[in-house]
Write a protein of this length. Structure first.
Lengths: 116, 114
C-alpha cells in the first residue's frame, strides 16, 4: 500500500511569505507527527495529532507555525512570514496504535523548504 | 524532558568491518528505543527497535543492546556493506504515557568504503 506522502517535495520562497506544506498519512493511521530537520541536525519534534484529541503543539518554535489535520487524515503545516532560519526539511510521520501505545512511525520523504 | 545524545557524528569503516553507534538518554521513564536509517533524499526508515524488557535484540547483521541502569543503548552492524552507508538516528520514547513522541539523537553518518 501507499506510504506517507508529502507535497511539495521542494519549496523555495521569499522571506516574509507564507507557505503551506501537506502530508497524507498512511490510511487508517490515527497518529500524525511533524518534525523539522535542519542541516546536520537530528529531527526536531514540532506537533503531534492523535485521533480527535487536542494536538500536542509543544514543539512549535514560534506562533508563526501552525498545523491542522482535517477529518483525521490529511495535515497541513503552515509557516507565516517565513524567515531564513525556517529553511529545513520538514518531515511528516504517521503511526497506528498497538498495545500500550503508538509504535513504529512511518516517515514521508519530506519537503525541503528554502527561504531566500 | 528527554534528551538523547548520539556518538559518533561520523563513522568511516571498510567493507566487512563492524560499526557501532552509541546513544544515551536522560529520562528513566523511556522504554522504547528505535533506530532509523535515512538515505539521501528520503525520510527515515525504522531498521530495528528494542523495548526496556529486553537487553538485546538481533536481526541478521543488525543488533541493538540496551543498558537501562546506565541509560545507554547501542546499534551494532556486522559485515558492513556499501549499501549500509546512510545517516542513522537513535530515538527514545515512553510508550506508557499513552502516545510516543520520539526524541531523536542528532544522527551518525556512516560511510562504508568498498
Amino acid at each position: 500500500g501507499a506510504g506517507v506522502s508529502q507535497s511539495p517535495s521542494n519549496k523555495v520562497t521569499e522571506k516574509g511569505k507564507d507557505v503551506e506544506l501537506r502530508c497524507d498519512p498512511i490510511s487508517g493511521h490515527t497518529a500524525l507527527y511533524w518534525y523539522r530537520q535542519s542541516l546536520g541536525q537530528g529531527l526536531e519534534f514540532l506537533i503531534y495529532f492523535q485521533g480527535n484529541s487536542a494536538p500536542d503543539k509543544s514543539g512549535l518554535p514560534s506562533d508563526r507555525f501552525s498545523a491542522e489535520r482535517t477529518g483525521g487524515s490529511v495535515s497541513t503545516l503552515t509557516i507565516q512570514r517565513t524567515q531564513q532560519e525556517d529553511s529545513a526539511v520538514y518531515l511528516c510521520a504517521s503511526s497506528s496504535k498497538l498495545g500500550e501505545g503508538y509504535n513504529e512511525q512511518f516517515f514521508g520523504p519530506g519537503t525541503r523548504l528554502t527561504v531566500l | 524532558g528527554e534528551n538523547v545524545e548520539q556518538h559518533p557524528s561520523t563513522l568511516s569503516v571498510q567493507e566487512g568491518d563492524s560499526a557501532v553507534i552509541k546513544c544515551t538518554y536522560s529520562d528513566s521513564a523511556s522504554n522504547y528505543f528505535p533506530w532509523y536509517k535515512q538515505e539521501l533524499g528520503k525520510g527515515p526508515q525504522l531498521i530495528i527497535d528494542i523495548r526496556s524488557n529486553v537487553g538485546e535484540k538481533k536481526d541478521q547483521r543488525i543488533a541493538v543492546t540496551l543498558n537501562k541502569t546506565a541509560k545507554h543503548f547501542s546499534l551494532h552492524i556486522t559485515e558492513t556493506q556499501p549499501e549500509d552507508s546512510a545517516v542513522y538516528f537513535c530515538a527514545a520514547s515512553a510508550l506508557n504515557s499513552g502516545y510516543s513522541t520520539l526524541t531523536f539523537g542528532k544522527g551518525t553518518m556512516l560511510l562504508v568504503s568498498p
